[in-house]
Ligand binder design. Structure first.
Ligand SMILES: *Cc1c(COP(=O)(O)O)cnc(C)c1O
Length: 357
């Protein structure tokens, strides 16, 4: 038998979650965000399942080119745009759209002669303070793009910093309106949290990412309550079982001490597989259909689980680290991170299969 750890990508969940995004934003076109290898789900496979989206958004030019060469015909947007002028011929040849967020990129466009005008999204910084033109420079940037022969119709874009949180989006929308309100251009603002909570931000195009993968962008609402289905299951088996006497400790550093006789299981999954090493004792895990907890430190290739609520568990019993029986959002919360990081960190050594195709 080979090492039992597997990731399974549920293509029907990706499709169902895209349908949820469409139900929330029925008048908008959907750019499915598939950056970072589709949040760890596998780019080609995710794109196949998300074929009904109106386009894709990612960061990596080589991935965008690969999708075009594989026949993907709808809009592809590079969320960080291009970095050097020598990427522009590929944008032209493969008809790839780019976010433009600083004046240097505009200067490169002004020196470039494409076969046909490029699809450009002008990115405004309305408070995220990561990428984008400051509101007071946005109108001039737009005028410059519109005067540039290399640029076709411009889409206006901004990104929300706290759509998933109490501060919401109104403050950023106000800054956008003050800078470029009332323009006839298409707009593209909403990430998953805004798709789900702020219909007034939907406009022409929405950009959901995490919700497509079946995870909630909110700390106060579960994925299940949002009707989102987990698109990734990470599952393994118990490869050893042992009984600990009181006072015995578990794993490196002995961070867990048995207070009474306890049965523990050893799972073939560790931080070299992408399971978070900082997940403490108590992180949820499903063993043989029952939710229980991890105990002790996660090691490179293994972790340990408390078998108290699963007395029938034995070597070979299935374990779900996250997926339909153990929400990834709860594992992430216990580990002090977000599901995005867990999905993206799935290691290359983990065999990936798919179902629901
Ligand atoms: C990653 C990203 C998104 C998607 O965000 P989610 O929270 O995953 O929905 C949308 N827009 C931009 C610019 C992004 O970088």
């Amino acid at each position: 038998m080979s090492r039992p750890l597997r990731a399974t990508i549920h293509l029907d969940a990706l499709r169902a979650n895209l349908a949820v995004a469409r139900r929330h934003a029925p008048r908008s076109k959907v750019l499915a965000v598939v950056k970072a290898n589709a949040y760890g789900h596998g780019l080609e496979r995710a794109v196949r399942a998300l074929a009904n989206a109106d386009g894709l958004a990612l960061l990596e030019l080589d991935a965008a080119v690969r999708l075009r060469e594989a026949g993907y015909a709808k809009r592809i947007v590079l969320l960080e745009g291009f970095f050097e002028a020598n990427e522009l011929p590929a944008l032209d040849r493969y008809r790839i759209a780019a976010a433009v967020h600083d004046a240097e990129q505009i200067a490169m466009l002004e020196r470039f002669r494409p076969a046909a005008p490029l699809d450009i999204l002008l990115k405004l910084n309305t408070g995220m303070n990561r990428l984008g033109f400051a509101p007071d420079t946005a109108a001039a940037a737009l005028a410059r793009l519109e005067a540039c022969a290399a640029v076709g119709p411009v889409t206006l874009m901004t990104h929300f910093a706290e759509a998933d949180d109490v501060r919401g989006v109104a403050w950023q929308v106000e800054r956008f309106e003050a800078a470029l309100g009332g323009r006839p251009h298409e707009k593209c603002f909403a990430n998953s949290a805004a798709v789900l909570r702020y219909p007034e931000t939907h406009h022409d195009w929405v950009r959901p990412g995490i919700m497509l993968y079946g995870s909630s962008p909110f700390v106060d609402t579960t994925a299940a309550a949002l009707k989102l289905e987990p698109a990734m299951t990470l599952a393994s088996r118990l490869i050893a079982v042992r009984e600990l006497a009181p006072g015995e400790r578990v794993g490196y550093g002995g961070t867990f001490t048995a207070e009474r006789p306890i049965r523990i299981g050893v799972v073939a999954c560790g931080y070299a597989d992408g399971y978070p090493r900082h997940a403490p004792t108590g992180t949820p895990v499903n063993v043989g259909g029952t939710l229980t907890r991890t105990v002790g430190r996660v090691s490179m290739d293994m972790l340990s689980v408390d078998l108290t609520p699963v007395p029938q568990a034995a070597v070979g019993t299935p374990v779900e680290l996250w997926g339909t029986a153990c929400p990834i959002d709860e594992v992430a919360r216990a580990a002090g991170t977000v599901s995005y990081e867990l999905m993206c960190a799935l290691a290359a050594r983990v065999p990936v299969g798919e179902d629901g195709g």
